[in-house]
Design a protein around this ligand. Structure first.
Ligand SMILES: Cc1cc2nc3c(=O)[nH]c(=O)nc-3n(C[C@H](O)[C@H](O)[C@H](O)COP(=O)(O)OP(=O)(O)OC[C@H]3O[C@@H](n4cnc5c(N)ncnc54)[C@H](O)[C@@H]3O)c2cc1C
Length: 389
């Protein structure tokens, strides 16, 4: 159903990452006009893999892109979890259809989201310089005013720093992360290796590609650290193309007390960047986006709904990171024994909390709905009158 542009409420979205694009699709479903400001000149092939759990897929279904994402994803299949000495901590798990987790290349996810939006609402190569609590968005080209401004500009958010000064500080985790894509099918074993202060992961992607990642806490800052880990890790490290490796420290944002201020709502990494160890970075951004659209005219409702969830997700992600790489040899030894005795119990209980989340339905409540329906009926009535003549 098309609406008359003048009667619709307008949202300006700062940042065209996963959160910003999902918010744009969700708000359009709620009947809003949207403009997405993205500083990068194009939506390029950046990033590596992401795991999308059932909570993220439910949110993507709510905005109508879930099946397209699944078609561009690999089913989540994990050969198991081992420690670097080859001890099996958890054996084979495989998803089978429906809302089972999937693994997607970040660029493929971005591509599906971009294709679900009209090109006219995307302003690439346009960095936002500042915003106002009254809904003003300022770029080098000038200022525009919106009924809602969505701050989806990532971990170093300009909007958060300007509107929430002194809150939402960026906190280093002391964990260095490496991610890269290999244009070849995965080795015969895929899964995770949990060490003392480091981890390594190998997962399949669509198109016969492999996503490899590694993380290490405190003091380990070169990928070659993993060179003597058992196969297939050592081979993947030896063959890694340095030009394709994305390396950075994992960062966290302590969420501000309120996720809203005036006409501005914070979503995604801008609000609560978290450790990736539960696959919740992108998922929580998508959850925020879809919830914001369900509450778009009630920002306090959005804040109330999301604050507890994002704190829980962030807390669980931080704890999971401590389990995977505790940096404490006795703790790692206890973990290995417990995981071996009760396979999957820890993972299933944590993932249960995370996965149970389901989105609120987004309804189109614009004032123009009735008028639009009437307008759509007019040609029908005109035709009937013409036929009767
Ligand atoms: C380039 C890139 C690659 C990534 N790769 C991975 C990966 O491989 N695996 C993984 O798990 N996570 C990755 N992440 C992180 C993951 O995508 C996010 O944690 C998660 O999706 C949250 O998304 P977000 O939309 O809140 O933030 P982001 O994905 O960070 O998106 C923020 C967007 O805002 C734009 N932006 C920032 N400032 C401005 C401004 N002033 N004006 C206009 N636009 C602005 C940025 O260019 C970016 O596109 C990556 C993030 C980025 C930006």
């Amino acid at each position: 159903m098309e609406h008359t542009a003048s009667s619709r409420q307008r949202a300006g979205i700062v940042g065209g990452g996963i959160g910003g694009l999902a918010a744009a699709i969700a708000l359009r479903k709620a009947g809003w006009d949207v403009t997405v400001y993205e500083q990068a000149s194009e939506f390029a092939e950046v990033g590596a893999g992401l795991v999308l759990l059932p909570n993220a897929l439910a949110a993507l279904d709510e905005i109508g892109v879930g099946d397209d994402i699944r078609a561009n994803s690999h089913p989540y299949s994990l050969g198991g979890i081992r420690n670097p000495r080859g001890r099996i901590l958890m054996s084979h798990r495989k998803g089978a259809g429906g809302r089972d987790p999937v693994i997607v290349h970040r660029a493929d996810l971005i591509d599906v989201l971009v294709r679900a939006l009209p090109a006219g609402c995307l302003r690439t190569g346009t960095a936002v310089n500042s915003v106002g609590v009254d809904g003003e968005v300022v770029t080098a080209a000038g200022a525009d005013r919106y009924d809602l401004v969505v701050a989806a500009d990532g971990v170093h958010s300009v909007v958060r720093q300007q509107i929430w000064p002194g809150e939402g500080s960026v906190e280093g985790s002391g964990v260095t992360a490496w991610r890269w894509i290999i244009d070849a099918p995965p080795p015969s074993w895929v899964g995770q290796v949990w060490g003392n202060r480091e981890e390594f992961g190998i997962l399949p992607l669509t198109g016969g590609r492999t996503w490899a990642y590694a993380g290490a806490r405190g003091g380990v800052d070169i990928l070659e650290h993993f060179a003597d880990w058992p196969e297939p890790v050592s081979q993947l490290v030896a063959n890694a193309d340095p030009t394709r490796i994305i390396e950075h420290e994992l960062l966290e944002i302590r969420p501000p007390k309120s996720l809203i201020r005036g006409k501005i709502a914070l979503i995604g990494d801008a609000a609560h960047a978290m450790h990736p160890h539960l696959g919740l970075g992108a998922a929580t951004a998508i959850e925020d986006a879809v919830t914001l659209a369900a509450f778009a005219t009630d920002l306090p409702g959005y804040n109330k709904d999301r604050r507890r969830r994002v704190r829980t997700s962030q807390w669980l992600s931080r704890r999971m990171s401590r389990v995977i790489m505790p940096a404490n040899r006795p703790f790692a030894a206890v973990r290995d024994v417990v995981m071996g005795l009760t396979p999957g119990v820890l993972a299933l209980s944590v993932f249960g909390v995370v996965n149970r989340w389901r989105p609120r339905p987004i309804t189109c409540r614009t004032e123009c709905d009735e008028r639009v329906e009437l307008q759509e009926e007019i040609p029908t009535i005109d035709k009937r009158i013409a036929n009767e003549k």
